[in-house]
Design a protein around this ligand. Sequence first.
Ligand SMILES: *[C@@H]1O[C@H](CO)[C@@H](O)[C@H](O)[C@H]1NC(C)=O
Ligand SMILES: *[C@@H]1O[C@H](CO)[C@@H](O)[C@H](O)[C@H]1NC(C)=O
Ligand SMILES: *[C@@H]1O[C@H](CO)[C@@H](O)[C@H](O)[C@H]1NC(C)=O
Ligand SMILES: *[C@@H]1O[C@H](CO)[C@@H](O)[C@H](O)[C@H]1NC(C)=O
Ligand SMILES: *[C@@H]1O[C@H](CO)[C@@H](O)[C@H](O)[C@H]1NC(C)=O
Ligand SMILES: CC(=O)N[C@H]1CO[C@H](CO)[C@@H](O)[C@@H]1O
Length: 379
Amino acid sequence: MRFCRMHWASILIAAGLCVVSFGQYEEDEDMYWLHHYLRSQSSYYNYLPFYEEEGPPYPYIPAEFSNPEPIPESVSRECPQECECPPNFSTALYCDSRSLRYLPFVPSRMKYAYFQNNQITAVQEGAFDNATTLEWIALHGNQITSEKMGKRIFAKLKHLERLYLDNNNLTKMPSFLPRSLRELHLSYNQITRIPANALEGLENLTALYLSHNEIHDIAASLKGLKSLILVDLSYNHLRKVPDGLPSSLEQLYLEHNYIHSIPDEYFKVAPKLLYIRLSHNSLTSDGLSSNTFNTSSILELDLSYNKLQKIPRVSTHLENLYLQGNQINEFSINSFCTVVDVMNFSRLQVLRLEGNELQRNAVPPDAPLCLRHANVIEI
Ligand SMILES: *[C@@H]1O[C@H](CO)[C@@H](O)[C@H](O)[C@H]1NC(C)=O
Ligand SMILES: *[C@@H]1O[C@H](CO)[C@@H](O)[C@H](O)[C@H]1NC(C)=O
Ligand SMILES: *[C@@H]1O[C@H](CO)[C@@H](O)[C@H](O)[C@H]1NC(C)=O
Ligand SMILES: *[C@@H]1O[C@H](CO)[C@@H](O)[C@H](O)[C@H]1NC(C)=O
Ligand SMILES: *[C@@H]1O[C@H](CO)[C@@H](O)[C@H](O)[C@H]1NC(C)=O
Ligand SMILES: CC(=O)N[C@H]1CO[C@H](CO)[C@@H](O)[C@@H]1O
């Protein structure tokens, strides 16, 4: 255990591994304190999805705001009386947070239209037909139902890049979405399925937010999205992973579903995948093939709160692995390193295994050599 201590001088271990040797030293209490301190300081994930950093769309100040063009008075006066049209920002319409029950008309010059946090229930056919230059539409935080949303309302918006429809009462995917879309926000609705062709042709779609719906079927609708980087399908009713991933995908969020298995070589088609969240599903070790997660691009993998009996094999490039709350009863070092020597080792930094069926002495003696970059291991 001296070896262990010398080589893992900076390692924090909750129980097991080096606890015996720590017990012999006076710093025992300091280590305990430090461990708890670091845990309370660090967020659950080491990586944040980069889209989350952007914050809400309002207030949004595009480039022209700081360099306003003079607007003819006749144009600037054309503003729905319920809304605000700042004279120095001619292309933005602010109608948010004013208890509106209907959608005001949108003057034709607008690029940005904000209707969020009202009580709008319907968006009638033709609502945006005079404003084909729209680039952003914010309709989140309303009560729009699929029955009262025109089927072709977005169809003519050839420049629409961001559409916010989260926190509404939608039960179906909006149809005829313009191909120019880059971000589609549909979280917190009651959508039950994504038809196979619902996202067809959205060649520029980069981020798709569908969390907190009731989706049980997504078919192969993601497959052809050649620019998709992030898809969030967490908190839905999926029993299986989507059929086929786009090759551009970097972030896949599937936590809080009912997924029990993953097909062979499933992640091989997405060689840029960095972050996978699959916590709170029903995955068993039998539902995984031996190399499902052994894909060298993955840096962070969350498999916590499933029904895994074994530590799945992972690539030596993986940096964060969350496995807490499973039924793992064996610490298999082969899951991290097939060969252990001076040249072959795992890049794993954080490994969480608490809430499993592991014995305190389950860690094999050659673990420090394989997991030499680890700085947090919790058992
Ligand atoms: C634009 O007008 C608003 C008031 O309508 C003002 O608060 C803001 O500072 C102005 N911005 C610029 C860049 O002139
Ligand atoms: C579109 O513009 C035309 C002509 O200005 C007007 O008659 C019509 O009511 C407008 N439609 C909407 C939905 O604002
Ligand atoms: C939308 O859903 C909320 C919460 O479920 C409900 O209170 C509201 O009545 C619904 N609105 C409509 C228009 O269906
Ligand atoms: C996708 O984005 C590219 C680059 O910005 C643009 O040239 C192209 O027109 C966009 N495609 C669609 C369908 O809008
Ligand atoms: C992962 O796959 C590679 C081949 O792509 C293989 O050499 C390596 O042993 C595998 N890792 C584990 C832990 O099985
Ligand atoms: C299995 C494995 O990764 N083996 C490697 C161990 O390190 C030597 C030297 O870098 C490589 O040649 C092996 O491929």
